[in-house]
Design a protein around this ligand. Structure first.
Ligand code: NI
Length: 184
C-alpha cells in the first residue's frame, strides 16, 4: 500500500508539485540567526499557557528536527518569554522565568546556539541555579539545576532578555565568530 503511494509521487510530477504547499506548512519554524534584531529585544511576559500553546508545540517540534537542546521564542521571531529544553527524550517548556538564586561556583563549557550556526566557544556560568518559572501545566514552579542543565537554563533565559552567549567574548573571538557566520 505504502509502496504504491510512493511510486505515484515519483511518477507524477503534477501530483508532487501540487503537494508542495503542504510541505511548507508542515515544515519547522524558521530560526533567526545573528544579527537579527529580535535576538536583542527583551521579550514580553506571557499572560498564560493558552496564549502560547501552539507556539510551544511548534517550538518543540522544531527543536526535535534540528536536534538541539534548547530554543527560546525570540529565536523563532516571537518576542515572548517562552523557551523549550530537551531532557533525555523529553521536551519541556517554561515561561516567564526568573533566576532567583545562583551558586558561587562556576562552570565553563563549550556553548553553541542555533542562532549562530557552526560557532562554539567557552562560556563561564554559574554551576548551580534556582529558577522560578511557569510550567506548561500553568503552575509557577521552583526548579534547581546543576552542571549542563544549569548552563542550558541560563543560556535560554538570557535569550529572553536580549542577551547572547557571545556578549562576554573578547575582540578576537568575536571576529572569529563573525567570520564563521560569513563563511556559512
Ligand atoms: Ni541560543
Amino acid at each position: 500500500m505504502e509502496k504504491t503511494k510512493n511510486r505515484g509521487f515519483l511518477e507524477s510530477k503534477a501530483t508532487f508539485e501540487s503537494l508542495r504547499p503542504c510541505f511548507l506548512v508542515m515544515s519547522k519554524l524558521q530560526i533567526k540567526t545573528y544579527p537579527d534584531n529580535v535576538l536583542r529585544k527583551k521579550a514580553d511576559e506571557v499572560d498564560g499557557v493558552e496564549e502560547v500553546e501552539d507556539l510551544i508545540k511548534e517550538m518543540k517540534e522544531t527543536l526535535r528536527e534540528v536536534e538541539g537542546v534548547g530554543l527560546a521564542a525570540p529565536q523563532v521571531g516571537v518576542s515572548k518569554q517562552v523557551f523549550v529544553v530537551k531532557d533525555g527524550h523529553d521536551y519541556f517548556a517554561f515561561m516567564n522565568p526568573e533566576i532567583v538564586e545562583r551558586g558561587e561556583e562556576t562552570i565553563t563549557t563549550k556553548e553553541g546556539c542555533l542562532s549562530f550556526p557552526d560557532f562554539w566557544t567557552d562560556v563561564e556560568r554559574s554551576k548551580r541555579v534556582k529558577i522560578e518559572a511557569l510550567t506548561e501545566n500553568g503552575e509557577r514552579m521552583l526548579l534547581e539545576a546543576e552542571g549542563i542543565g544549569a548552563v542550558v537554563f541560563q543560556h535560554e533565559i538570557d535569550h529572553l532578555f536580549g542577551k547572547l552567549f557571545i556578549d562576554e567574548l573578547g575582540f578576537l573571538k568575536r571576529a572569529k565568530m563573525k567570520l564563521s557566520l560569513l563563511l556559512k
